[in-house]
Design a protein around this ligand. Structure first.
Ligand SMILES: [Zn+2]
Length: 392
């Protein structure tokens, strides 16, 4: 039962003893009561208008990518053929214990419980080719820079033919949001791969990008940020230009908790690096860990009043990979000539998402940025904005 802490201590109108024994207090109380009555509508109006503009006009956007993660694992869990393939899997029994089941839905639940179970029950998951849902790239290069450009700008650019550190001439959705009055100065990117300052064109866009081993915060680092700043390069390097995803995750969480940005892009990369190395053990454990990191972030967002019920999370990848241990479709590879790597996947969570609204049919990666643009009320000139993904 609710009990007024004021009346419980005898300060309220029910505390009769004040009236008889302390008339001054009663007088002061009456004046304060009047003052509060005058102030309440003013305070309520201010907080409500702030709440309304944050809740309705400009939702927060968290966009996450897991480089080169296959739709096959996202929907079916660990690949039973690759699990038994000694060329790629060194510790079969350990992976079996953690992730194997005869049932593919159960395998999905074990490997990526957040993506597989939580999102498929509470959001939208596109790209299960076995069930007639498909998400395809439209660029014909099928590797990272062209893929991220298509995803972030809403269109494929045939002039992008390498992963070289060349500043992107196209504006990403992050730049467009940073140029919008509702989002200006409230956009940030945390990326494991050090090419992202060029893909996002941090110089022109003004979007701060922490990529590779660079730190976003310059002054007043939190304890965790200082720790990472000091020790990240003391870890054994698996790629000279890729930061461990855990560090990218922690830095993005710290920024979200301390600065409350409205738009955050987080790009994880280990999965692609481990796949190119032909290590299915590491690819699988990295994917499983990233799923946990994303879950941790989503749980935090739902506890924070700034983000709760006003934040959309998009999770996807820049390209797929080959289908297995096949010469024309090696799982370790992607790009022209590798069959199947144009197929990717997409997960969406957020307020008002209707999971049955999205039909099982063909969608394209170039529809993702226009879908975010529609949610946030901005326009993308070159993109096909009539074809947004129906989510609510
Ligand atoms: Zn790659």
């Amino acid at each position: 039962m609710w009990r007024s802490p004021v009346s419980a201590h005898g300060w309220g109108p029910w505390g009769r003893r004040f009236k008889s024994c302390h008339p001054d207090f009663f007088f002061i109380f009456a004046i304060m009561k009047k003052l509060i009555l005058i102030l309440i509508p003013f305070l309520l109006f201010n907080s409500c208008s702030e709440l309304t503009s944050n809740k309705t006009n400009s939702p927060n956007i968290i966009l996450i990518t897991l480089d080169g993660v296959r739709w096959q694992e996202v929907f079916n869990g660990i690949d039973t053929n690759l699990l038994q393939n000694k060329k790629f899997t060194k510790n079969t029994s350990a992976l079996e214990n953690m992730f194997f089941s005869q049932d593919n839905k159960m395998r999905q639940k074990k490997l990526v419980p957040f993506l597989g179970s939580f999102i498929s029950n509470n959001g939208i998951l596109i790209g299960n080719k076995n069930e007639g849902s498909n998400l395809k790239l439209t660029n014909d290069q099928l590797f990272s820079y062209p893929g991220y450009n298509e995803l972030l700008t809403g269109f494929a650019d045939s002039s992008i033919t390498s992963n070289n550190k060349i500043y992107n001439k196209n504006q990403t959705i992050l730049e467009l949001l940073n140029n919008n009055q509702n989002y200006a100065g409230q956009v940030a990117a945390f990326c494991s791969w050090d090419v992202f300052p060029y893909i996002i064109n941090d110089k022109r866009s003004g979007v701060p990008v922490s990529a590779g081993y660079s730190n976003l915060e310059k002054n007043k680092l939190s304890k965790l940020e200082s720790f990472i700043d000091k020790y990240q390069k003391m870890m054994p390097l698996f790629r000279y230009n890729v930061r461990y995803d855990l560090f990218t995750h922690i830095l993005s969480m710290e920024h979200i908790k301390n600065k409350k940005p409205k738009v955050v892009y987080i790009s994880y990369d280990e999965t692609d690096s481990f796949s190119h190395d032909g290590s299915y053990d590491n690819y699988i454990s990295s994917l499983h860990n990233t799923d946990k990191m994303i879950e941790e972030l989503w749980i935090y967002l739902q506890k924070d009043s700034f983000y709760k019920d006003n934040t959309y999370m998009f999770i996807t990848t820049d390209h797929g990979r080959g289908d297995g241990d096949f010469p024309n479709s090696m799982w370790t590879s992607h790009g022209v000539g590798v069959e199947g790597c144009e197929d990717t996947w997409l997960a969406i969570l957020g307020p008002g998402i209707e999971k049955n609204k999205t039909e099982k049919k063909q969608y394209y990666v170039n529809q993702i940025a226009p879908t975010i643009a529609k949610l946030t009320g901005i326009t993308i000139d070159k993109a096909n904005t009539s074809e947004v993904i129906p989510i609510k």
